[in-house]
Write a protein that binds this ligand. Structure first.
Ligand code: SAM
Ligand code: SF4
Ligand code: SF4
Length: 358
């Protein structure tokens, strides 16, 4: 059953008719086009979110990628151009923490010049945003998503595990709004018994400011966060909690493959999104590929193995040869991990989100 048909407050199917204008796109074995590319620019992070990079695993001894192994800006841009030539319309820069990558503004400027790329966006923990956002915007960044898991300092600090205060993330978000990047989206991963008490506070605070919060079900990415199904707060529960205080109604998806289910406040004061990857998987419309910082392409967040594009670039392959490899990878893609989650083999080694990019 698709994500849309499962919704408790049903949306009109007409949302599918309002997809982004399709250009030539590759399709995979399940007829899903390649539309979105998430590019991880570093596997490092200055936070140690317990659900992503727990300190016990990502400690002092952890071997992050060597600088020489990481794609250069020229390599990333070359690949982005080839991907756009095969249907990608949206690029999201991510990580690790993407603002830890030196001179990220330069990469943004290079990507902003790629013909046919319609949406250039960034996901960040917000810690370094305040001082960088103007330059990023000037370089051509169109939108930004900031992750924030609670407005309660104790809860947030326990989750980022580096004692980072809420206030500084809020300053980053405000700086983004001032720089003209509104509406900013805010991502909150909800973990049962950890920050589920913060859901209403987050909804209230950002509703007043007209910024959209996207509540994300805690996912079983990687193999280091000790995920258990019992820790997941379902999107349906989140919607129910908010709806009880601030009535909501569903909004049609803007385009096929939209990850978040959208709801608006009935009084017209804005909207929220919920990302129900665990309880209502949306593999059927998944048009995303992920490029790791060292140039491996993952066709699913839960893939166990990436396709090595860096090797092609660094052995002097021509554009048409790299493009042929891309076509062969996407055309044979059959991933639908979230839909198979119950029956799949969760014991297989999975890549970490901080490496492949969320
Ligand atoms: N460091 C940046 C940040 O936190 O926004 C970008 C990378 S982070 C891996 C991208 C997104 O993945 C964040 O919004 C984060 O909350 C989310 N994320 C990480 N681990 C997750 C998990 N186990 N379940 C659900 N979302 C997760
Ligand atoms: Fe870092 Fe983002 Fe992962 Fe948190 S979610 S540890 S900020 S990469
Ligand atoms: Fe896409 Fe894989 Fe997530 Fe399914 S599990 S929505 S195929 S990334």
């Amino acid at each position: 059953m698709s994500e849309k048909t499962k919704r408790t407050l049903p949306a009109s199917p007409s949302g599918r008719d309002r997809m982004a204008a399709p250009g030539p796109a590759l399709t995979d074995t399940l007829n899903r086009p390649l539309r979105d590319l998430r590019i991880s620019v570093t596997d490092r992070c200055n936070f140690r979110c317990t659900y992503c990079m727990p300190k016990e695993v990502f400690g002092r001894e952890y071997q992050f990628l060597d600088r020489a192994d990481i794609l250069t800006f020229e390599e990333i841009t070359r690949l982005a151009r080839l991907f756009v030539g095969h249907g990608v319309r949206k690029v999201r820069i991510t990580g690790g923490e993407p603002l830890l990558r030196n001179d990220l503004e330069k990469l943004i400027a290079m990507l902003a010049r790629v013909d046919g790329l319609e949406d250039l966006t960034l996901t960040t923990n917000g810690s370094l945003l305040k001082s960088r956002i103007r330059d990023l915007k000037q370089a051509g960044l169109q939108r930004v998503t900031v992750s924030l898991d609670s407005l309660d300092n104790d809860v947030f600090k326990a989750m980022n595990d580096v004692d980072f205060p809420v206030e500084r993330v809020l300053e980053g978000i405000e700086a983004a709004v001032e720089a003209g990047l509104a509406p900013v989206k805010v991502n909150m991963v909800v973990k049962k018994g950890v920050n589920d008490d913060s859901v209403l506070d987050m909804a209230r605070y950002f509703r007043e400011r007209g910024w959209t919060v996207r509540f994300i079900e805690y996912m079983d990415v990687g193999s280091s966060n000790g995920w258990r199904l019992d820790d997941v707060v379902s999107a349906a529960e989140i919607v129910k909690t908010i709806n009880a205080e601030m009535p909501l109604e569903p909004v049609d998806p803007e385009y096929r493959g939209e990850v978040a289910q959208r709801y608006r406040y009935k009084d017209g004061s804005g909207e929220i999104g919920v990302i129900a990857s665990v309880t209502q998987p949306f593999c059927g419309d998944c048009s995303r590929a992920r490029l790791s910082a060292d140039g491996k392409l993952y066709t699913c967040l839960f893939a166990t193995k990436g396709h090595d594009f860096r090797a092609l670039l660094r052995t002097g392959k021509r554009d048409d040869e790299v493009a042929a490899f891309l076509r062969s990878v996407w055309k044979t893609r059959d991933d639908r991990y979230s839909e198979l989650r119950a029956t799949a083999t969760p014991s297989l080694p999975k890549v970490e989100m901080s490496y492949v990019g969320g």
